[in-house]
Structure formats: C-alpha cells, structure tokens
Design a protein around this ligand. Sequence first.
Ligand code: SF4
Ligand code: SF4
Length: 389
Amino acid sequence: MKEKDFIRAINLCVRCGSCIAQCPTYKATNRETENARGRLKILKSFADRQLAPGGKVNEKIFNCIMCGNCTNRCPLGIDIEEVFYHARSLLKSYDKKMGIYRLATRLAFKNTDLTVKMLKPFQKYINRKMGEKKLIPGNIGFNENQFKKTGVFKPMEKIGRVAVFSGCSVKHVYPELSQSLTKVLNALKYEVVFPRPENCCGAPFRSLGMEDVAKEYAEKNYDTFSKLNLDAIISLCPTCVVYLKQHYPKLIGKKLENVFEVSVFLQDKIKDIKKEIKIRAAYHDPCHQANVLKATMEPRELLKRSGVELLEPKNQTCCGFGGTFSFFFQEMSGKILETATRELKDTGCEAIVTSCPNCLLQLSKSMTDRPIYHIIEVLEEAICEPDGT
Ligand code: SF4
Ligand code: SF4
C-alpha cells in the first residue's frame, strides 16, 4: 500500500461500527482499542503525530488477528488488513523485543527442513513445554518434508495436471493430508505434482511487518510455480491460497493463475461417492476461507454429498490461531479458542470438520474429546477405494 492510500484509508473511516460485532479480538476483550475502528483511530493519531510509535500503539496494531471479518463488513470498502500490514511495516522498528522474534522467524523459515531436523531431538520437551502453554497440541510431531525433489503422482487415466502448494503446516505437521489429497486427485484422474522448491507463502513475515522478506518469498514461489504447465494450483490451506492469489499481486505485481482452495476446486468434480460417511459433524469456517475467499458453501456441499450430517454452530467464530498471533498474544488467542470450542461443542456433534490445517492445529488444543478432520480426509474416505483407486 502506498503512503497516500494509507492516509486516505485511515481518514475515510466514519466510525460507523459495522466492523465491530464479529471482531474476535474485540469479542475477547470488549475493548474499543481492539477492534478495527479503534485501531484505525490509533493509526490516525499516529499519522497526525499525536501518538508516538512503540509501546501500546504497536501492541494494538500487532494484536489484530488479520481475520478479514472487518474488511468484509466495512460499508466504505476500506481494505483494513492492508492498512494494518502497512502500519506494521512502519511500526516494526519501534519494538526491540519483537526484533529478536523477527530474526528467529526469518531463520526458522529459511530452511524449514533444517529447522525441523534441529528441533526433532527435543520434540518431547518442546511438546511438553509448548503444550503446557497451549501453543501447540501436546501430541503433534514435526516432520521433514516428504518430497526432497519434485514429486509426481500419475493416475491410471489422465484428464489434467495440477500442482499442490502444500504450505508449512501440511508439509511439517500434517503430511498425511498431502497423501489424502493426492489419492483424491488421482482418483479424479489428475496427475499431481509437488514442485520443489516450495517456500513459506510469506504470511508470517507480512504479519510481523517484514514486507521485504514476504516479497522475497513471493518471488521464489512465483518462480517455481509459474514455470509449470498446469490446469490448477491447489492448496489445503486457505491462508496460502489468499497469499498466492491476492497478496502476491500486491507484493510483487505478479499473479499466479488458477489457484484454488481444495473444496472450491473439487466442488464440481466429485460426483461419484463410493462410501457414505455417516457422522454428525460441525463444520468450522476458517476465517480466510469465509471472509476473503468467500467459499463457505463449497465445503458444506461436498460434505453433505459425502453423507455427513452437518450441524451448524449458532455463531461461526475464529479459532484464535492467526499464525504468529497465537504465539505472541496467547491469552487473547486462548479466549477466542475457548469461545470457538464452546460454539462447536454446543452443536452436539460427534466430530469437527474444517478446511484449514492451522484451524485443525488450534482446535486440537482444546477439542480433546472428539476427532477433528480436514475436509480432504473425509473426501478421501468417501471417494477412494482402500487401495487408493
Ligand atoms: S482483522 Fe479481525 S481481529 Fe483484526 S480488526 Fe478486523 S475483525 Fe478484528
Ligand atoms: S465499518 Fe469501516 S467505516 Fe465503519 S467503523 Fe469500521 S472501518 Fe470505520
């Protein structure tokens, strides 16, 4: 965002409050400074030099979860997250403590396989310590990337060729989801490519105000994926999809074509259900899927078609993950998760289904009495034979 657009946006807000009711950080704290209207007012005071950068100003601008709910509701069409991303890039150098975390994030994502390799011997200790703080579920494992070179999976008959953008959570925490996706796509007669190198989509860097690093990662991924001759690029992570589709043009002025969130891609392709999945499940909408991609019907239709009895929570609520948000604002993240868990449990469901590996990770911290599935696991069970055909 250019400086003049930033100033225009923060002056445009008429304080109508349409953005407030569904803001997860506001719902968790009930503080005006923790909704979009309040944050924009802080930024206006900062731009007018009435408030100094650092301290509380930084805290309030960085403790937005970037869920997109406010932008979705603003009648003046203010792109609120873009305003906050720009503000974060301006404010980042005024917080020395966060500087260390920024460096650590940069190093950790530079070579995620190496990071996993180094952490692996301490896995139990990390799980115990981070589990106690509810930063991760106690039982997860970190895995090295299963594809050292480009992986290609051919179907018996081929009608098309697609690439998968795995994303860091699938690559290193839930690699089995990539296998489910491959089986589903092969069963639908698509050749599946896992191109290398695939880097982090850039979301953690933008969230921390590191626009230059986010650009670097966007360029690397653009280089890898734009060279391939593909019918589609598919991801199991809505945040990665939002980055590839919407943030890369803003960051580097280049657009990857035909990028799809998995349920959007599969919605008109899965017709033949081999096994009905007889469960009563509540569906959890990932924020970026609902607020940015606006794809709420596609996963529901696929689940109903698969035989799932769908239960709806009274209120769809953010899970409180928000990437780096759940690490740096643990108390608020915990409160948001508590609300989401209660809403989902109140449906009386046997299981939860969602379309995002990060929601899966976050909900697993609190939903310990029933299973949580990524939608691709349900679809694999519904359309693939046990031998994978
Ligand atoms: S992006 Fe989400 S958390 Fe941030 S102000 Fe908007 S609604 Fe609130
Ligand atoms: S909805 Fe838009 S104009 Fe209204 S208070 Fe929120 S940001 Fe301002």
